[in-house]
Structures are given as structure tokens and as C-alpha cells.
Design a protein around this ligand. Structure first.
Ligand code: PMP
Ligand code: GLN
Length: 379
């Protein structure tokens, strides 16, 4: 068989979680919460399972969930997505991203991707015959070089993929970045695919600015979100895609043949849970405290801590401590120290040596302190 993805192996998340398991290491690698979702949300799932919400949901998703998403998005951004024509419930953000990319990209089209990049974007582009065009950023980057981005645009550029708050760096885009994106995408008629799965995890008083908050951008964007991050339910694989009706109509042509629809009782449960905004607006404070706890506990190791502005990741540079490449160090720390992390080089499409590790702090305080203790002891 001729591989359609000859350069793709098993993802780094699967690899590091397996290594953590093998060596009984604390898993600060793969990004998922160690704690459970709220008992109230569990009871809602139970309620809908028991009240017969167990057959196919409508292809675009359960209407109450689409209505709840329309409302929360309007309140945050002022943009009105119509629940019937503009919102589709997906199997996680992964499906939303894959379908959005498949909807837009034709063979030979170029797609601008900032790297470090989440690992699902590039394979999706390539499966559609597209060509990823990278704007490479150091994982310690402070601001985006928009002149560099512009220099990558050609007459074949069809789309640009953005991610804020960003995985792996924790960078949160400023209003000026979104304005630059708006003028670039208007000038070159680009479709924007915006990965906003960490929309409710921003720190130190920062605001998440969705592409939906700039009407000219919203009109040319697919906004991809996920309840996995917001409600500590990554295993439910429940996400969504917001886009104007003409884009959504094309998106749904693919979504309907990929999965048709996604898990019904969970959609009703999340719809009801979303009616209380405190359920998601409290998330930033929850994770900011964990970030601070972890960073305080590792501050004497000698790592250079990259400010984590959002998401549940802390990046550390160890260039001053070791010459090892990041994959070798992440594996060695897992085996010998008992703490697993993710080598940030895995988020680049080519060899890099930025000597940066990503730690996930979506863990119990006890786990974070224990991991920090092991790292300190190994110093
Ligand atoms: N995008 C980013 C940046 C992510 O970190 C993740 C989850 N790890 C996803 C997309 C995928 O989200 P989901 O689990 O809802 O498919
Ligand atoms: N998004 C998660 C992370 O960045 C992993 C998701 C996955 O394992 N596919 O760690």
C-alpha cells in the first residue's frame, strides 16, 4: 500500500503517555485534565441517557446546544451566529479542524501555518493535496512578525490557520495581531481557520479575542472549539465549528459523511450546563492558580520559564542547563526522574533545536508538587 501520509508516525502525545505508563512517571506530557468533570454535569448526562436521548442527533447537532453556543458567542464577541445555519457540533475540535481544512483546501492550494503548530493541521492539509507553508516562530516568541507572514503569501495561498490561546506555547494573541490578520486575509481573500479550544483559559487579566469579534474576519472564518478543555471532558470528544452560512453549508457536506452526527445525550447535557456562565468563566482563575503553583515549585531548577498567557501548558527552556535535544531529555526525564513532558520540537515540521519542554499543569496540586519535587531532586 502506498502511504498517504508517509511522513507521519504515532503522535508524540501517544508516545510520551505510553512511556510515562511504562516507567510509572507522572504524566505532565499529554494535555488532558487529571481531574474529573463536575458531578452536576455527570448527572445531566445521566438524565438525558435515561430520558431517551440515545438515537442519532440531527446532522448539525442538537439544536439546544447550537442555541447555547450562539448565545455564549454573542455575549463574548457580539457576533450573531445563527444556530440553524452557522453552527455545527463535531467530534471534538479535531474533527472541526479536519473538516474545515478539507472544505477549503484543493490540490495545490497553499495554507499558512504558524509553527510550533498543533499536530493535526498539517496531515489534514496534505490529505487534501494542499501545501503547508510555514511561518516558523521560536517557542519563546514574543510577537508575530507580520512582515514575515506577508512574505509567505502567494497567489496560491488559500487559507491561514491560527491558534489562540496557543498550544504549545501558551501565547495569547493581542488585538493588534487580529487586526493584522484581518487586513492580510481581506487583502488576499484568505479563509481563516481559527483554533480556539483554550478560549476560556487566559491569565493575568488577559482577554481571549476570538476572530468572531471582528466582523470582517468572522465572515471569512471557521472557528473551532472544544468542550473537552472547558469542562474537563476530553474523552467526550465534543466540539463545534462556527462559520457563516455559505461556509457552513460546504462544511456540513463533509461532516455528514465523516460522522453524520455526534453523541446525543452529551450534547443535551452540555447545552443545559452552558446556561450557567460561571461553569466556564471560572476556568481561567482555576488554571492560573495551578500555573503559579507549578512555576513557584520549579523556579529554582534553572529553567527559563516562558510566560504562559493562556492554555494549560508551561514551556521551559533548558538551553542553559543541558545540550541534550528536547526529545532525548523528555525521554530521559520520564525514565530516570519520573516526570513526563512533551518536547516542543514535535510541533515543528522540520528539525529544530530550541531546547524547550512543555509541561501540562492540568493536574492535581499534589501531582504538580510531586513532579516539581522530583525535578528539583534531579537538579
Ligand atoms: N487544537 C488544539 C490546539 C488542542 O490542544 C487540541 C486538544 N489537545 C485540539 C485542537 C483537539 O481538541 P479535541 O480533543 O476536542 O479534538
Ligand atoms: N491536545 C493534547 C495535547 O496537546 C493532546 C491530544 C491528543 O493526544 N491527540 O497534549
Amino acid at each position: 500500500l502506498q502511504s498517504k501520509l508517509p511522513n507521519v508516525g504515532t503522535t508524540i502525545f501517544t508516545k510520551m503517555s505510553a512511556l510515562a505508563e511504562e516507567y510509572k512517571a507522572l504524566n505532565l506530557a499529554q494535555g488532558f485534565p487529571e481531574f474529573d468533570c463536575s458531578p452536576d454535569l455527570q448527572r445531566l448526562v445521566d438524565k438525558y441517557v435515561r430520558s431517551g436521548k440515545n438515537q442519532y442527533a440531527p446532522m448539525p447537532g442538537a439544536l439546544p446546544l447550537r442555541e447555547a453556543i450562539a448565545l455564549k458567542t454573542f455575549e463574548a464577541s457580539g457576533y450573531e451566529y445563527h444556530p440553524v445555519t452557522d453552527i455545527t457540533i463535531t467530534s471534538g475540535a479535531t474533527e472541526a479542524l479536519f473538516v474545515a481544512i478539507s472544505t477549503v483546501v484543493h490540490p495545490g492550494d497553499e495554507v499558512i501555518v504558524f509553527e510550533p503548530a498543533y499536530d493535526s493541521y498539517v496531515p489534514a492539509i496534505e490529505l487534501s493535496g494542499g501545501i503547508p507553508v510555514f511561518v516558523t516562530l521560536d517557542p519563546q516568541y514574543d510577537s508575530i512578525d507580520w512582515e514575515l507572514v506577508k512574505s509567505r503569501v502567494t497567489d496560491k495561498t488559500r487559507a491561514i490557520i491560527i491558534n489562540t490561546p496557543h498550544n504549545p506555547t501558551g501565547k495569547v494573541w493581542a488585538a493588534s495581531d487580529l487586526r493584522a490578520l484581518a487586513s492580510l486575509s481581506e487583502e488576499h481573500d484568505l479563509v481563516v481557520i481559527s483554533d480556539e479550544v483554550y478560549e476560556y483559559i487566559v491569565f493575568d487579566g488577559r482577554e481571549h479575542i476570538s476572530v468572531a469579534s471582528i466582523p470582517s474576519l468572522a465572515g471569512r472564518s471557521f472557528v473551532c472549539g472544544s468542550f473537552g478543555k472547558t469542562f474537563h471532558t476530553t474523552g467526550w470528544k465534543l466540539g463545534y465549528c462556527l462559520a457563516p452560512a455559505d461556509l457552513t453549508a460546504e462544511f456540513r457536506k463533509i461532516h455528514q459523511f465523516l460522522v453524520f452526527s455526534v453523541v446525543t445525550p452529551f450534547q443535551f447535557a452540555v447545552a443545559e450546563y452552558l446556561t450557567e456562565p460561571e461553569h466556564y468563566l471560572s476556568l481561567s482563575a482555576f488554571y492560573q492558580r495551578k500555573r503559579d503553583l507549578f512555576n513557584e515549585a520549579i523556579k529554582d531548577i534553572g529553567f527559563v520559564l516562558k510566560p504562559s498567557e493562556g492554555s494549560f501548558f508551561q514551556n521551559v527552556s533548558y538551553a542553559n542547563l543541558s545540550d541534550e535535544n528536547d526529545l532525548a531529555l523528555a525521554e530521559r526525564l520520564t525514565r530516570e526522574v519520573g516526570v513526563a513532558s512533551i518536547p516542543v520540537s514535535a510541533f515543528y515540521g522540520r528539525e529544530t533545536d530550541f531546547k524547550t519542554l512543555r509541561f501540562c499543569f492540568a493536574k492535581h496540586d499534589e501531582t504538580l508538587l510531586k513532579a516539581a519535587g522530583l525535578l528539583n531532586a534531579a537538579r
